[in-house]
Design a protein around this ligand. Structure first.
Ligand code: SF4
Length: 716
């Protein structure tokens, strides 16, 4: 026996909980929360224990594979050497780009790439050789509206205000379910206790959501809202603040402009208008505005549900304006900015918007990425700039982007595809070569992204739990090896191979807690390594206006783009409102479960055991109108597709709204994920529509999809 206890950050979700992983040789004996971690304080969720399953998963690829398709159409995968995999990938990508131009290469990166600092620090070792316009990621099916709003108001795409829940008195939350997600654009481990503490000290949590979520069940108040009408609710709140002279930016006043212009622009968006469309009474909306204004410290926060809809960017902008108008931005107990040890805000470019557009649909880029909803058409539409080769990294867009079935089909027409991924899944089954990186526990870990979104400033580095085998490469080594091969073919410079921890060390030594900045912490990577549970750098502190990256360090509230977008909202709900008598279709929304996050988490028994979770939740009243039986199989149809799934009677749903979880649909042929296939479910993105976007940002509108539901067979 050689028992060791390893300090480790959990990389599975944004909460970045500290873990103690006990091993005996190559075996994991136990996984527990680290009580000494200054951020997570010992908290873990059921997913953490599955780290063992992920590491040991027999379906996880340990070596590169090449797809062989026989004349019969049968596909097999052949193990190949790293030399062959890297040489072939570099050569095929370069050949196609040299023949058809850089835009012939498409790139898609999935959400797990942000949980892996090697991918973040080294991806440009490859991509710098191909400055393609056809870059895509999960951002545009998720948090793009947050980035855009922060760019407009605070001058940097990643300068996110973070809800300071531990010191708050009033929390207005829309479209978020942190009890299941453990926070998003908000690193908040142990959020359940923090919500209970908020209420215990007399504070109030108000949740606005079309579903009575697990978070709503804990809240002081919950109000159902019709999907897609959040902007009207938020404007009703903001309108009340202005109409009742409750708006007071207080300490923000010296460096804030344009609130009067905003007030003028929204006069017709009254609480009464909001009542007609949202389902929330005008008096309730006014009461929420008054409570928020009266609170000693308050927060307005909206997440996935308000971002992935037709008014995503407008919603996020109004949320920020509410926080500014109530003086709750940059105030303890309000929405505050972090100051991480490696500070990307002061060292990276601010980001940009609409500097180029997609070829087929003229959609705007954000941060050099096009909307993921446009990926399929950029592959399948002939012409100059058509994507002929695709590189995917840690992503499964066939399951995670709208109209995934369409993308699935488009991928069949690619000339070459390579995937940096540990699985043969719904997307990578189309790859010619799969390059699997080491297991997460075989490389060290630093949370570049999530320390920057956390409710407290902390820093922590985790060493690898296991040594990697000689015949394996980390993600960052794969990018470097590929980039160097491309450089050799092109006759350009190769990149020096600096490991990610050295890059972080350089960031710390020039960062806000460094000796060079006069900080008592004198952070270097060695200092951080000496405290494996992490170092507490203190609570969030007010930092404005210095932290702003806007010209003149001013917050210009009257942002032209969202103010212009009010016209679109006006057209839908004031100028051309749908008749009250017109039958409204059911609207489909997503949902998250605490044992879930991404599609790849379905291949672990511990995370999928128990009752089938891939069900269509529906209010009993809607079921009765359609003669549906609880547990029966129903057919759900949208403009783009139809799926068959078990219906689940749920009083927790707003009538007129149905819900499917995301990340399922493991019933496609050719994937090699045994447990996921046994719990296949259906993909909600076989119903979501690639044409439904937030027109302002280009973000996918995967919430509020019009669907019809009918019986296929009874539960009996
Ligand atoms: S809450 Fe997130 S970070 Fe914490 S243990 Fe669970 S999956 Fe890991």
């Amino acid at each position: 026996m050689s028992i060791k206890v390893h300090h480790r950050a959990c990389h599975l979700c944004e909460a970045i909980c500290g873990l103690l992983i006990e091993t005996d040789g190559a075996e994991i004996i136990s996984i527990k929360g680290d009580k000494d971690d200054p951020l997570s304080r010992g908290h873990i969720c059921p997913k953490a224990v599955a780290l063992r399953d992920i590491h040991q998963d027999p379906d996880r690829l340990r070596h590169p594979v090449k797809r062989i398709t026989a004349e019969t159409g049968e596909t097999t995968w052949k193990k190949i050497s790293w030399e062959e995999a890297l040489d072939t990938t570099a050569r095929r990508l370069t050949d196609i780009v040299q023949r058809d131009g850089v835009n012939a290469l498409g790139v898609y990166l999935g959400n797990p790439s942000v949980h892996n600092y090697g991918m973040m620090t080294h991806q440009n070792n490859l991509f710098r050789h191909f400055r393609t316009n056809n870059r895509f990621s999960a951002t545009s099916v998720d948090q793009l509206p947050h980035h855009l709003t922060c760019l407009w108001l605070y001058g940097h795409k990643n300068l996110f205000p973070i809800p300071d829940i531990d010191r708050s008195d009033y929390f207005l939350m829309l479209g978020a379910n942190p009890i299941a997600s453990n926070g998003s654009i908000w690193t908040v481990p142990d959020v359940k206790k923090r919500i209970k503490d908020l209420k215990r000290r007399g504070g109030k949590l108000v949740v606005i959501d079309p579903r009575m979520t697990e978070t709503a069940e804990l809240a002081s108040e919950h109000h159902f809202i019709r999907p897609g009408t959040d902007a009207l609710f938020l404007l009703g709140v903001l309108n009340t603040l202005f109409a009742e002279q409750l708006a007071n930016p207080a300490h923000l006043t010296p460096y804030t402009t344009g609130l009067d212009e905003v007030a003028l622009a929204i006069t017709d968006f009254t609480p009464q208008l909001a009542e007609r469309h949202t389902g929330i009474a005008a008096q309730t909306i006014k009461g929420i505005a008054r409570d928020l204004a009266a609170a000693e410290s308050g927060i307005c926060y909206g997440r996935m549900g308000v971002s992935v809809q037709a008014y995503g960017a407008l919603n996020q902008w109004i949320i920020q304006i509410i926080n500014i108008a109530t003086g709750n931005l940059d105030k303890p107990g309000g929405s505050m900015f972090t100051l991480p040890a490696v500070d990307g805000i002061s060292t990276s470019g601010p980001g940009g918007f609409a500097r180029h557009r997609s070829r087929v649909r003229n959609l705007p880029e954000f941060d050099r990425e096009l909307p993921a909803a446009a990926l399929a058409e950029e592959i399948s539409t002939p012409g100059e700039g058509q994507i002929r080769a695709l590189f995917t990294g840690a992503g499964n867009p066939v399951l995670s982007t709208p109209n995934g079935a369409n993308l699935d089909k488009a991928m069949e027409g690619l000339e070459f595809m390579a995937s940096l991924d540990p699985y043969i899944n719904e997307t990578t089954r189309h790859a010619d070569i799969i390059l699997p990186p080491t297991s997460p526990l075989e490389h060290d870990h630093y949370d570049v992204a999530f320390h920057a979104n956390a409710i407290r400033n902390t820093v922590r580095h985790s060493e690898a739990v296991f040594d990697k085998s000689d015949d394996s490469l980390h993600d960052w080594e794969i990018f470097t090896e590929l980039g160097n091969r491309v450089a050799t073919i092109l006759g350009t410079d190769t990149a020096p191979s600096i490991p990610p921890d050295q890059i972080m060390d350089m960031g710390m030594q020039t960062g806000p807690y460094s000796e060079s900045q006069g900080s008592e912490f004198r952070l270097t990577m060695d200092v951080v390594r000496a405290s494996p549970s992490g170092i507490d750098l203190g609570p969030l502190k007010p930092q404005l206006p210095q932290r702003l990256r806007t010209v003149g360090k001013i917050i210009h509230c009257a942002t032209a783009e969202p103010i212009a977008d009010l016209g679109r909202l006006r057209d839908q709900f004031i100028n051309l409102p749908q008749s009250e008598d017109e039958p409204k279709p059911l609207q489909l929304i997503g949902r998250r479960h605490v044992r879930d996050n991404n599609s790849w988490m379905h291949n672990h028994h511990r995370l999928v055991k128990g009752k089938n979770r891939c069900t269509l939740m529906m209010h009993p009243q809607d079921m009765a109108q359609r003669n549906l039986t609880d547990g029966g199989i129903v057919s759900v149809s949208s403009r783009v597709g139809t799926v068959s799934v078990a219906v689940q009677a749920a009083q927790t749903m707003m009538p007129g709204v149905v819900s499917l979880p995301h990340g399922y649909g493991h019933n496609r042929p050719g994937i090699k994920m045994k447990i996921a296939q046994e719990h296949a479910g259906v993909s909600c993105n076989d119903l979501t529509d690639e044409l439904a976007l937030d027109e302002l940002s280009g973000n996918a509108a995967v919430n509020g999809v019009p669907v019809s539901v009918s019986a296929v067979q009874d539960a009996t």
